[in-house]
Design a protein around this ligand. Structure first.
Ligand code: ADP
Ligand code: MG
Length: 339
């Protein structure tokens, strides 16, 4: 036997799971992103014990064809990219084909799914990465995926998730951002029967912000808009009187994906100049549209970090858009109160 051996797919999945599914909140993120990529208009998320016992996502999207459901759980299996050129112009939130096999390797997963043209659906059950059932199911268009007993077979990871309260807050934060990045989708988040979030999905960002942060917050926000040849920047930012002590309320979206970017955060605070006190941050939802060729999303398995070409140019545009909106706000003080 040679000294070097290729790992089994199961073991490789478990290793990938260490990066892709760090915690319950990352499972929710990956599954909701799949539902968004499937062009759902309604996505409901049901949790038990902050997702550690159960995460169930029900969507009304495209569904998966009966003969492809098991394949979706194979490593590097994806419907979203085909060749290397696609990697440079990614339009979907997913593309790595890693989430489902990773999640299935550290939990018990059940899927029920059907495509629009189907006569029946498929039910697939996977335990610790192994398919234990693959059978026809009643027809219900879309996908219902249930993840139970997360990390039951990875004790160290189970211990790492210390506080259920903190985990629930993280999930809330992620679903908020996903809902803000898709005002055209009706989201519902329910924990142990209590509704934590509900958006209408009517396509209006202002209404989505009101649903998440409340009407009083929206009334203290102003609209921003700026564009040049490469970028279109739009969204809402809070007036200097409405700030928070953390950057958590800044949501940055690039082509519908929420991202983390220190430089762009700096560009936002620069827009406020001296109006912002030290250690205070605005509430902001900023949507940036650009040619997919200008952004590399293939930087990290969780896809929240991106590399931007022309970052300086974009920073300037964001700063100026905010300066302009805050300056005109002083001239017409009631402009933001019309909702
Ligand atoms: P990726 O999203 O990177 O393609 P995943 O492992 O998350 O990889 O999903 C694998 C494939 O399963 C997807 O490419 C998609 O075709 C299918 N899929 C997953 N979730 C859904 C869903 N909710 N609705 C329809 N298809 C889905
Ligand atoms: Mg995915």
């Amino acid at each position: 036997m040679s000294k070097i051996q290729e790992l089994s797919e199961q073991l490789a999945n478990k290793i990938a799971a260490g990066e892709v599914v760090e915690r319950a909140a990352s499972v929710v993120k990956e599954l909701v992103e799949n539902a968004i990529d499937a062009e759902s208009s309604q996505i409901s998320i049901f949790l038990e014990e902050s997702g550690m016992k159960k995460i169930q996502i029900v969507d009304n999207g495209e569904g998966i064809a009966n003969d492809e459901v098991a394949l979706a759980f194979r490593r590097h299996a994806t419907s979203k990219i085909r060749d290397v050129n696609d990697l440079f112009r990614i339009q979907t939130l997913g593309f790595r084909g890693e989430a489902l096999p990773s999640i299935a390797s550290v939990s018990m997963v059940e899927v029920e799914t059907a495509v629009k043209e189907a006569e029946f659906g498929t039910r697939l059950v996977i335990k610790g990465g192994e398919v234990v059932e693959n059978s026809p199911a009643p027809l219900r268009h879309g996908t219902k995926i249930t993840v139970e007993n997360l990390f039951y077979n990875t004790p160290a990871r189970l211990k790492y998730v210390k506080s259920l309260q903190a985990e629930l807050a993280r999930i809330g934060d992620i679903v908020n951002r996903l809902a803000l990045s898709h005002p055209d989708i009706a989201f519902r988040l329910v924990h142990e029967g209590n509704e934590m979030l509900k958006t209408t999905g009517n396509g209006d960002l202002k209404v989505a912000i009101a649903g998440i942060y409340g009407m009083n917050t929206v009334k203290k926000m102003v609209e921003i808009h700026a564009e040049d040849l490469d970028f279109t920047v739009s969204g809402f930012v809070s007036l200097p009187e409405l700030t928070r002590s953390s950057r958590n309320y800044i949501s940055l979206l690039i082509n519908g994906r929420f991202i983390k970017n220190f430089q762009l955060n700096k560009a936002i605070t620069s827009g406020y100049g001296s109006k912002l006190m030290g250690g205070r941050f605005p509430i902001a939802v900023i949507d940036i549209q650009m040619d997919a060729l200008l952004v590399d999303v293939n930087v990290h398995p969780t896809k929240q970090e991106v590399r931007l070409s022309k970052e300086r140019e974009l920073m300037g545009l964001i700063t100026r858009a905010i300066q302009k909106a805050l300056a005109s706000e002083r001239l017409i003080p009631t402009a933001s109160a019309e909702l």
